[in-house]
Write a protein that binds this ligand. Structure first.
Ligand code: SAM
Length: 247
């Protein structure tokens, strides 16, 4: 993945960390082929022409169709978990096909969120998303927003076609059953593709949060009769949604 302005007339110019990676880690040589993408509208097969100090120049051989993205644009909203679990969520859900991540703070979020360190963490999360997207041959790098408050998250729910609130105490409706009619309409072009999946922290959601989510239009869903760790739930939900949409 390279910035949009790296694409020129018949060539691409790769700089920074990516150029170093090609030269030192991949031990690239002139004549080697690589796939370059601007993460939005252009992807190409290119051949390395020159490896300079911090810059790699490659000739575009052919433009490639961008066919690896699912129709469903899944945003995983994850209540900030402890340690490096958010990194696992981002890496694995990116491989599975999530389009965006929204970390948020809820009543039982255990980690202390330090505004001053926000930039560094976000930067690291975005790097993990980019690397996972490259390895999974995604056409886009999922977006990661700065952490939201619970209220901000619920407000943002208005912008989605379907919102699923993962709740282990939900006995009636399983995610699969809730997703199926929407997935069918999506396949027929009769539904919008933006879906939000909300996952709680280690201690789960409070009853108040459950009520507030439903008031904001979220559908409370279960993910089976076992209690999943918070970092597993988003992966299961994303995979289940893509299974139902056939992707
Ligand atoms: N504290 C809860 C308990 O011990 O019963 C478990 C919370 S669980 C570790 C963390 C989050 O994962 C939950 O808030 C929920 O969003 C999601 N989750 C885990 N298992 C689930 C299930 N079977 N159905 C739906 N959501 C689930």
């Amino acid at each position: 993945f390279i910035p949009k302005d790296s694409f020129g007339e018949g060539t691409v110019t790769i700089g920074g960390e990516d150029a170093r990676h090609i030269a030192r880690v991949m031990r690239g040589r002139p004549g080697d082929k690589l796939i370059v993408s601007d993460g939005a509208s252009r992807e190409a097969l290119a051949e390395i022409a020159e490896i300079g100090e911090g810059v790699v120049t490659a000739a575009i051989l052919e433009m490639l169709p961008m066919t690896h993205e699912p129709k469903a644009k899944i945003t995983v909203a994850q209540s900030l978990p402890k340690g490096d679990k958010m990194e696992i969520v981002i890496q694995k859900c990116t491989e599975i096909g999530a389009a965006a991540f929204v970390p948020f703070l809820s009543e039982r979020t255990i980690v202390q969120y330090d505004e001053r360190k926000e930039g560094k963490r976000l930067e690291r999360w975005r790097k993990i998303a980019k690397e996972a997207a490259e390895q999974a041959h995604r056409n886009i790098v999922p977006e990661i927003s700065a952490p939201l408050s619970w209220k901000e998250l619920l407000k943002s729910a208005e912008g989605y076609d379907a919102v699923f609130f993962c709740y282990e105490k939900e006995e009636g409706l399983q995610l699969r059953t809730a997703v199926a009619p929407w997935a069918e309409r999506l396949k027929n072009g009769a539904a919008e593709n933006a879906v939000l999946v909300i996952v709680g922290p280690e201690g789960g959601f409070s009853e108040d949060e459950c009520r507030e989510a439903e008031e904001a239009g979220a559908v409370s869903v279960g993910l089976g009769r076992r209690i999943l760790r918070c970092e597993t739930a988003g992966m299961v939900a994303a995979a289940c949604i893509l299974y139902e949409t056939g992707e």
